[in-house]
Design a protein around this ligand. Sequence first.
Ligand code: SF4
Length: 378
Amino acid sequence: MDTQGKLEYLADASRFDLACACSAKTDDHRIRGPEGKWLYPVSLPQGGKSILLKTLLSNVCVNRCLYCPFRDSRDVPRYSLSPEEIVAVFLDYVRRKGIHGLFLSSGVIRDADYTMGRLLAVADLLRNRYRYRGYIHLKIIPGASDAAVQQALSLASAVSLNVEAPHRKAFEQMSQTKSFERDIVERIRRISDWTAPGAPYAGVHQTTQFIVGAADETDSEIVRATFGLYRRLRLSRVYFSAYQRGLGDPALPGERRVLSDPGDLLTREHRLYQVDWLLRRYGFSDDEIPFQADGNLSLQADPKTLWAERNPQFFPLDVNKAPKRDLLRVPGLGPIAVRKLLTLRAEGGRIRSRREMRCIAPRLLWADRYLKFPLRIG
Ligand code: SF4
C-alpha cells in the first residue's frame, strides 16, 4: 500500500486515542483534507486551539489489551509508516494546509524501546533536520526506558501515557501483557518529576486517558485517581473514553454489566467530564463529588446540581457579596458568568433581580433557590 493509503488507515485508527483532546465519536470535529479526513481541531492542554495531524505510526502490536481493536490476537490489516514517510506528509501539510502540530501514537512493534525509537526518529527529524518548532505530542509506549522517555521529553511539547484504569485489578481485567505499576504508574510518576517546575523538562505537558466501562471499576475510583493525577502528579489533562463494545473481548467484566441503554456508557463518560470540570475549574475536591451507593455517578442528574441539592445549607448566596469560589458552586453559573458578575460588582454595579441575573447567566434555572436578590421581581 502507498503512503497515502497507509496514512488514511492509520490516521483513522488513531481516533481511539483521546489523550490529545481530539474527538473520537464522530467525524463532526475533523476537517477533511483533500486526500483524507484526518485533520483535528483540538484544545491544547496548555490552552488555546490548534489543528493537528493525528496518526498511528503503526497498528502492529505485540500486546493484548482486550478493549483494543489492534491487540495481537485480532485478524486486522497491519500497516506501518516509516519516520521519513510521516515527516514528508506532515511537512507537506504544514506548508499547504496551515496545520499546527502532530499527534503521534503507535502500537507496540517488537518492544517498547524499539517503538519509541521510531516515534523519536520522527520528532528528531522534525526538530533537528527540518527545524520545526511547532506542537508535537508523542505517545509514551508503556514500559519505555528512562532514556527513551527523557529523549521524548526533550523533543515533544506534550506527551501522554494512557493509565487506562484506576487500579491494578481493573487494569488486569483488560490487559495482562503490561504491568500497571511498572509500565504505567511508575512511568507517569517519573514524567511528572522530570516535568515539574525547575526540572529539566519543565513546560512539557503530560496527559492521560481512562477507558470507562470495560472493567468493573466504579466512577468514584476513577474520580479519586483523576484527582491524584491532577494534584500529586500535576497532569495537564485527563481524558475519559467510553469503552466501545464490539471491539473487545466478550469476557470483559464491563460487557457483563447490565446497562439499560447502550448510550449509558457515553453518559457515564459525559458525567466524568463534568466532574473533571468540577475538579479543575470549580474548586471541588474528590470527596465532595456526589456518588450513588454503588460508587457511580448518577446517569440522570449532573453532579453539580446533585451536590447543590445535598447541601441546601450552603444556599442561598447573596448575589452581590458571595465570593467567587462560592458562586462557582451554583448550578447554571460557570466561570464566564461568574467573571461577568464579579466585573460588574468591581465596577460598582449591583444585580437587583432574577431578570438582571439572567442577562449574565441565561442557563441559571431555579435562581431563587441558590441566590438572594434585593428585589423579589422578574
Ligand atoms: S498496547 Fe494495547 S492499547 Fe496499545 S495498541 Fe497494543 S493492544 Fe492496543
